[in-house]
Design a protein around this ligand. Structure first.
Ligand SMILES: [Ca+2]
Ligand SMILES: [Ca+2]
Length: 178
């Protein structure tokens, strides 16, 4: 009972406190970067291992992804445009899928002549190589990466808007001893 009264007292105090005017935290001019046509998805991570954040963009209409390499705070070098090996890439996520301390890459492609694959790229340390094409449903669209199944290895959650109310969790089955 005492606990309930204490919680109630706190709620009453919060309700009667006048909130201060919020201070804007995005008040500076934005930085504009060239990342090729039709950028739809983006993620950030240290791709080349120099401890400076880089940017990956997926360019849906031109079936490509673009890399921008960070070289200082707010400054980026064009790192090139690359092939995701399927049509209409929609999203991108960078994560250490192999457990080697490098940012691997996930790119869901909604496809054009096919039904779309989710492309898994391994970071080799000197670039990206296609590792696996996942088919979990028609037209994968958005992705996030985190630990979802309690087993070693980051997993991938994908949405499939063309398949109704489905999403799927692709479970990482890498061997942690490797
Ligand atoms: Ca970097
Ligand atoms: Ca896992």
């Amino acid at each position: 009972m005492k606990v309930l009264l204490s919680i109630f007292s706190i709620l009453v105090a919060l309700a009667t406190t006048t909130l201060a005017e919020p201070i804007p935290i995005f008040s500076d001019e934005p930085i504009t970067l060239n990342c090729n046509d039709d950028p739809r998805g983006v993620d950030v991570g240290d791709i080349n291992g120099d401890e400076i954040m880089d940017i990956v963009v997926v360019n849906t209409a031109i079936d490509a992804y673009t890399i921008l390499l960070g070289n200082n705070a707010g400054s980026y070098e064009y790192g090139g445009m690359f092939d995701p090996f399927d049509e209409e890439p929609r999203d991108v996520a960078l994560a250490d899928l192999q457990g080697l301390g490098r940012m691997d890459m996930v790119i869901p492609c909604t496809g054009d002549i096919d039904w779309g694959y989710t492309q898994i790229f391994h970071n080799t340390g000197w670039g990206y190589s296609i590792h696996q094409s996942l088919y979990g449903g028609r037209g994968p669209w958005h992705c996030v990466v985190d630990e979802f199944d309690g087993s070693p290895g980051l997993d991938v959650v994908l949405t499939y808007p063309r398949c109704g109310a489905n999403l799927s969790v692709e479970r990482n089955s890498r061997n942690p001893s490797q």
